[in-house]
Ligand binder design. Structure first.
Ligand SMILES: [Zn+2]
Length: 402
């Protein structure tokens, strides 16, 4: 194997004058506003924050789940009126309603799609609904009754403007479902929440947060492997390869002849071995990896989760833990301990716990623990009310992101 150097990092490649180069920020997802970032240049210019603590938040009287996220401008009040809403990824408009509905206001739905090895065909889509808008960006259209008539949007493109239509103060209600079950429920506040329905909802901020930062490598097609040392922990399932504007998963890129199948991992002794399944591997912080592109101008985008929305990820893990147990029917809120988060459950692990209601009315709990040193490593279990004990300990697939 012609490894250019067994111990070069990409930075060292650069320092040695090789033509490998870090690409720009094309791989990054972005929130609809600039979440958690500095408010510049002034209030009302498009920055906002997520008001909710997590997906399926409690409503103000703490008795029901709210199935979307509410976003507000950081300057408060109505300062976010007409702030631009941008597409978080590439997609297509699937619904637009310019009529000021009495509760939802003006609405825009977008179906986003992006490479994801965990999905059949290597592409995942989800529908995103934006409510209470004040208007739509120039060129954003959709025609009722005409399939695929909605505008094609690209990541970062302004699509609409924040409003308070529907009778609210200006804010954005942002809701997402995986399985294209838009239009959305007519009641966004629910308790109990049907488990099967909750499984269709996704946490928009978590989707973005897991895909927002990328390390991007554009390498020459000179017949060599190039090696790099990973910063952060990342699944290969969300890694994608870009060439002339097209995006593919690692496996698809191999099939297309963009990259060599023989990606390599170096162990701690400096020996290398081949990936067994490029779409089911991990990029671990501090480890060295090697790629060999076969075409010039191919870029690898390795998405590194920020791990900011741990409650969202834990909740979805817990829903999946009892997805196929028919005894678990509802997610419950109005019990004495509906949800628990213990960051000090164990020195190395934190704990989430959530209440479910069974078909026969009993309450049972599901646990999720997360390894603090690498938050992609999680485990679920649940209390079996018939056995009277905790059961079904299961590792969540490291490569599974939501
Ligand atoms: Zn809302």
């Amino acid at each position: 194997m012609d490894v250019k150097s067994s111990v070069l990092t990409v930075c060292m490649v650069l320092a040695l004058g090789c033509s490998a180069a870090l690409a720009g920020t094309a791989g990054k997802f972005q929130p609809p506003y600039n979440e958690n970032e500095v408010w510049t240049p002034a209030c009302g210019q498009g920055n906002g924050y997520k008001q909710d603590q997590y997906h399926m938040q409690l409503n103000p009287d703490f008795t029901k789940y709210h199935l979307g996220e509410d976003w507000n401008g950081v300057c408060g009040g109505s300062t976010d009126l007409d702030a631009p809403l941008v597409a978080i990824a590439d997609g297509q408009v699937t619904y637009l309603d310019a009529v000021d509905d009495s509760t939802k206001g003006k609405q825009l739905y977008i179906r986003y799609s992006f490479p994801y090895a965990k999905e059949a065909g290597g592409l995942v889509t989800f529908d995103s609904a934006y409510l209470h808008l004040n208007g739509f960006a120039t060129g954003i259209t959709w025609t009722s009754g005409v399939p695929n008539s909605g505008s094609i949007v690209t990541q970062g493109q302004p699509v609409a403007y924040i409003g308070g239509t529907g009778g609210w103060i200006p804010h954005l209600h942002w809701e997402a479902q995986w399985d294209l079950n838009i239009p959305l429920t007519t009641n966004p506040y629910q308790n109990p929440l049907i488990k099967s329905q909750a499984l269709q909802y996704r946490a928009p901020s978590l989707i973005v947060d897991d895909r927002r930062d990328s390390v991007d490598y554009t390498l020459p097609a000179d017949g060599f492997w190039y090696t790099f040392t990973m910063t952060g922990n990342a699944p290969s399932s969300t890694t994608y390869v870009e060439y002339q504007g097209q995006k593919k998963t690692l496996k698809q890129a191999i099939a297309a002849g963009w990259i060599d199948a023989e990606g390599v991992i170096f162990d701690s002794a400096g020996s290398w071995y081949y990936y067994l399944d490029v779409d089911a591997n991990f990029f671990e912080n501090g480890k060295q990896y090697g790629f060999k592109p076969l075409l010039a101008g191919v870029t690898y985008h390795i998405l590194v989760p920020r791990n900011n929305f741990q409650k969202d990820r834990a909740r979805i893990d817990m829903l999946h833990a009892v997805e196929n147990d028919a005894r678990f029917v509802y997610v419950k809120m109005d019990v004495s301990n509906p949800y628990e988060y213990d960051p000090n459950w164990d020195p190395a692990w934190d704990l989430h716990k959530m209440a479910f209601q069974l078909a026969d009315g009993r309450i049972a709990y599901v646990n999720q623990i997360t390894y603090k040193a690498n938050r992609l490593i999680r485990n679920t279990s649940y209390y079996d009310p018939d056995l009277g004990q905790w059961t079904a300990w299961k590792w969540v697939d490291w490569n599974q992101l939501y």
